[in-house]
Design a binder for this molecule. Structure first.
Ligand code: F6P
Length: 545
């Protein structure tokens, strides 16, 4: 069954939300907390070892109830069923969207074209296990008989960002193997990585769903050439593995069948880390932890699929984000993890969220009349506090922000962790409450300032507050809790796509630049430059000079 094509702006709930926005837009969060002593608990959800506190948002009971009505009116319930059941909800590419099947329970049955794909998924999971264990234990060796010491993931976009982010996030759990990532077609990237490597002890994992991506193929060929300076063609079989749906192209590259990991077209690149695309993760932290990551995601899948909307974390967070995006006019959302391990988390989510929901045509093929995908950005706290928090606190833009923090630190340094978390809590409180002119005045009165100096300084020291945040407080950064966290955002993406009436699982918008680059490469390599606008032309001429 196709997804519904309901224009959200035509729903009763949307119109009520518009009126509700007018009624509530001047309310300050401080006032909302003062008038509701139970607000913190009321607008929080506890699930496994997650506490999700969404009370510091510009919402009331009525806001949530209208947003939930909106979700119902746009047909979210049946859409969720279509998503998990493997309907071809990626309609413009005629594909199902089944990253959830990659972490399904073994006895689940999910059919695509009459085949139960869970069996295939588990066969590949078994292969990941055998392969990663053999590399980690040293049982599989390089062409001179030495065990592997380094693993290089060659891929870009979804074939890079997930493995990079998770490998970094789970660094604490890593084994002795060093992991490297080559993604950019910028040759300086690959050559910098190669500088550190010994061909005798390095394993290369080429990850490309299509196996046609310019960046990945160029990097793979450059690496192959470098490798062949020390080894022979037959050694490629020991040192290269590949993950792709394009098995023909892999074999042209010379990779041994036993090192080939299939992927399926029902997995989108940006949702693929759960498949063999995560091979580098499994090698870096071990197969058991990779399985725990999947188990955490699966638990979040079950929560999302089975929990009533008012207690459903991805649904609630998605709807609150719609509230800011479509009614308050917020353009961006910041994601601030208070752990250095998640330093690549917002970069990862940028692809997940912006490639999915950066669309302007609705599911009926018409230009949308409402805002869609939010701009995502962020860096870990506390570093981000010393970089861009000024703008969140006192700038003119409304930036709803997710704070993600952990109760336990991994190295157990209580002193550092308490300081870190004190900042974590302080920021959300400061963003919410701000500092009033009266409070600033009281503070300044303690200093030796003249009355006119005090008056002059006062406006700069006022914080309006009323800045919305969600707080995700999680027990500990483990493979399992990380899996659940990623899956939470994946489902948030889905819910928002349904509400905005767009297709979240294609990415036609990245094609035009790729096509033009192919032609421009000819302009660069050949003596003649083809037809261009005067700006591009002069830039090309200058580059070639
Ligand atoms: O350029 C966008 C994109 O198609 C992403 O969606 C994808 O993750 C990336 O390129 C890499 O594609 P592939 O895995 O086929 O090399």
């Amino acid at each position: 069954m196709a997804l519904p094509t309901i224009n959200p702006t035509d729903t009763i709930a949307w119109n009520k939300l518009q009126a509700h926005y007018q009624e509530t837009k001047d309310k300050h969060l401080r006032e909302l907390f003062e008038t509701d002593t139970n607000r913190g608990e009321k607008f929080s959800l506890v699930w496994n070892d997650f506490l999700v506190d969404y009370s510091k948002n510009r919402i009331t009971d009525k806001t949530i109830s209208l947003l939930l009505d909106l979700a119902r009116e746009v047909g979210l319930e049946s859409a969720i069923k279509n998503y998990f059941d493997g309907e071809a909800i990626n309609q413009t590419e005629g594909r199902a969207v089944l990253h959830t099947a990659l972490r399904a329970a073994k006895d689940e049955k999910i059919f695509v074209d009459g085949e139960n794909i869970v069996d295939e998924v588990y066969a590949v999971r078994e292969k990941i296990k055998t392969f990663s264990q053999a590399i980690i234990s040293g049982e599989r060796k390089g062409f001179t008989g030495k065990p592997f010491t380094d693993v290089v993931n060659i891929g870009i976009g979804g074939s890079d960002l997930g493995p990079v982010m998770v490998t970094e996030a789970l660094k604490f759990y890593k084994n002795h193997l060093k992991t490297h990532f080559v993604s950019n077609v910028d040759g300086d990237h690959v050559h910098e990585v190669l500088k550190e490597l010994d061909p005798e002890t390095t394993l290369f994992v080429i990850v490309s769903k299509t196996f046609t991506t310019q960046e990945t193929l160029s990097n793979a060929l450059t690496i192959k050439k470098w490798f062949l300076k020390s080894a022979s063609e037959k050694d490629i079989a020991h040192h290269f593995a590949a993950v792709s749906t394009n098995l023909e192209k892999i074999s042209e590259f010379g990779i041994a069948d036993e090192n080939v990991f299939p992927m399926w077209d029902w997995v989108g690149g940006r949702f693929s880390l759960w498949s063999a695309v995560g091979l580098t993760i499994a090698i870096a932290v071990g197969h058991e932890r990779f399985e725990e990551l999947l188990a955490g995601a699966h638990e979040m899948d079950v929560h999302f699929k089975e929990t009533p909307f008012d207690k459903n974390i991805p649904v609630i967070l998605a709807l609150i984000s719609v509230w800011y995006n479509n009614f308050h006019g917020a353009e961006t959302e910041a994601i601030i993890p208070y752990t250095q391990y998640l330093s690549r988390f917002s970069a990862y989510l940028q692809q997940g969220i912006m490639e999915s929901n950066g669309k302007s045509v609705d599911r009926a093929g018409n230009r949308v009349g409402h805002q869609t995908g939010t701009i995502i950005w962020g860096e870990p706290g506390t570093n981000s506090q010393h970089a861009f928090f000024q703008l969140i606190h006192q700038g003119t833009k409304l930036i709803p922000t997710d704070f993600i923090g952990y109760k336990e630190s991994l190295h157990g340094d209580v002193d550092h962790h308490n300081k870190l978390m004190a900042n974590f809590f302080a920021q959300t409180e400061a963003l919410m409450n701000g500092k009033t002119p009266v409070e600033v005045k009281q503070e300044l009165e303690g200093q030796k300032l003249s009355a006119s100096e005090l008056e002059a300084l006062l406006p700069f020291k006022v914080f309006e507050g009323n800045k919305p945040t969600n707080t995700l407080l999680i027990q500990k950064l483990t493979p399992k809790s990380l899996g659940a966290l990623i899956a939470l955002y994946e489902h948030k993406i889905f819910v928002q796509g349904i509400v905005w009436n767009i297709f979240s699982y294609d990415q036609w918008g990245v094609e035009l630049g790729k096509q033009l680059a192919k032609n421009i490469l000819l302009d660069i390599e050949n003596s003649e430059i083809g037809k261009h606008d005067t700006s591009t032309l002069q830039l090309l001429q200058n580059f070639k000079r």
